[in-house]
Design a protein around this ligand. Sequence first.
Ligand code: BMP
Length: 284
Amino acid sequence: SVLTRSYGERAAHHSNPAAKALLETMERKKSNLCVSVDVSKKDSFLSIIDAVGPYASLIKAFAPRLLLTHVDIIEDFDEELVKQLLELSVKHDFLIFEDRKFADIGNTVVLQYSGGVHRIASWAHITNAHPIPGPSIVSGLASVGLPLGRGLLLLAEMSTQGSLAHGAYTEDAVHIARTRRDFVIGFIAQRRMEGVGLYAGEALDESEDFMILTPGVGLEVTGDALGQQYNTPRAVVLEAGCDIIIVGRGIYGKNNAVDIAATQTSAERYRKEGWRAYEERLRR
Ligand code: BMP
């Protein structure tokens, strides 16, 4: 099973370059931590990334919490920011995951992914989409992302209280991914979901290797005032069989006034916890 394979070994099971690079980076850096940097100022954004870079294998950029209409924005977003972000990704050896959560028809997401102010496909190694429109959203995004070596995650579940992504919806999300394994490299979900999404008569393909990235991870609190729910890195990686923990406020705190030393201490704490749970999982 995927659960007893190391991240490094699993890299060989992927033909998608983003998936391969991510698994290799995770192994090299001994980190299954993805830091989510949801701040609205370029300076704070870049200083947090520089501070946590040594500990994370993946940085989640421009979270939708800052969203306005169709455009994901950092207030002072510019080309220079993208340049600096890419420099940091090389300096610290991490990949960039734009948590864009595309959710429109194929034709629209092609434009949103390739163009606009942000030109996401030109710099984000990985992005994600809601499967709500059906398989066409994946085809649209793949037409832009595959030639650039990008990878896609589907949101099969969410971390929030009362999420509608469960049951048949989750099953269908996994099913869609199974038909596009060249581009869909994994899921945003709360558990491993092995065997989910197999329709009548279909068998589990043993070579299948989806990455499970899990938000809603925190060590201090169990939720926030707006429906977010937290589990520990151990529960997520060891008990639920997920691969990557996504941590935001648990690492950088709550505001734009960044405390670099404290941010680094918590990043290392989450990295250690996540990695220990993974090592324990391998020994099971
Ligand atoms: P925090 O650890 O501060 O709660 O941040 C979690 C991050 O993960 C946020 O950027 C949020 O947009 C994202 N996220 C989530 O919390 N739950 C989901 O189901 C999907 C997400 O992308």
